[in-house]
Design a protein around this ligand. Structure first.
Ligand code: PAF
Length: 284
């Protein structure tokens, strides 16, 4: 596996991968890789001749009081994990490469980014859309892979790719990959390592309570009181606050007050001991 940190070099290596008419899959990450990321790499391998992974802790998607400085960075370890998955190229730009002096552009996707994490983390999805658009332009992949764990992020990226004509034959098709979970059901996330041992045990209440709420709603329970009980279960288990617990249409991400015939998702974000956990599951 080659690792490159400069854009000129990236373009040369990508051109060489393409020279044999090989197709390219891109898997963007912020590093601190876990089994969820490795699943994305494996999916990508099935769909393209060469997999390019990127590792970039993108400062523009972190708010002023968020965990940019604390975000785990372990490039050597990540690099060995990617190599073992057969990744062809690791693109690991510096912040100056990605945002040179005078950088002045931001992509803002309205609608799907307005509620949920967009409301709790102002500017977050502008940072995500801008860096992902840059990554697409830099690597020009045929396909790109993202985890469904960040369900709203996936909707934002799909909308951005559609609106900016990034999805065309021979350009990027966006694949969402189902969330990978720990044995107790907790969705894998690089941020789970922030949890204390006690909080880590309590964190499993989140997927459990979500499943219970989904079961109740599917059996005809009213949505609002069921979600109120879900929130109460989280607070009882030691979560300090619940940013949102809501049903949403999978495409528009409009909040739903009742079970719909269209594909629906339960989306939750809640804080446990200073760590913000998000999760989502299909309903119906
Ligand atoms: O999901 C992530 O790790 C990041 O938001 C992404 C898509 C790599 C953009 O920085």
């Amino acid at each position: 596996m080659q690792t490159v940190t400069e854009l000129d070099m990236l373009r040369n290596v990508v051109a060489a991968l393409r020279a044999d008419r090989g197709t390219i899959a891109l898997v963007p990450t912020m590093g601190a890789l876990h089994e969820g990321h490795l699943t994305l790499m494996r999916e990508a391998t099935k769909h393209a001749d060469h997999v390019v992974a990127s590792i970039f802790v993108n400062p523009t998607q972190f708010g002023p009081n968020e965990d940019l400085d604390a975000y785990p960075r372990q490039l050597a370890k990540d690099s060995a994990m990617l190599e073992a998955e057969g990744v062809a190229l690791l693109w690991a730009p510096t912040v100056d490469q990605m945002y040179p002096q005078g950088f002045a552009t931001s992509i803002s996707v309205t609608g799907v980014s307005d509620g949920f994490c967009g409301a709790s983390r102002p500017g977050h999805f502008d940072g995500v859309a801008t860096v992902v658009c840059k990554l697409f332009q830099q690597v020009l992949p045929d396909v790109a892979f993202f985890g469904e764990k960040d369900f709203q992020q996936l909707a934002v990226i799909r909308t951005m790719a559609r609106d900016l004509d990034l999805i065309q034959p021979h350009v990027t098709a966006i694949h969402g990959v189902p969330t990978v979970r720990e044995e107790d059901g907790l969705a894998m996330s690089s941020r789970n390592r922030y949890l204390s041992p006690e909080d880590r045990i309590n964190a499993a209440v989140l997927p459990r309570a979500m499943k219970e709420a989904i079961g109740a709603i599917e059996n005809g329970a009213e949505v609002a009181p069921t979600l109120a009980s879900l929130e109460a279960a989280l607070l009882q288990a030691g979560f300090s606050s619940v940013d949102y617990a809501a049903l949403a249409d999978v495409e528009s991400l409009q909040r739903l007050d009742a079970l719909s015939k269209r594909p629906t998702r339960l989306l939750v974000a809640a804080r446990l001991g200073g760590t913000r956990l998000i999760d989502n599951m299909a309903v119906g």
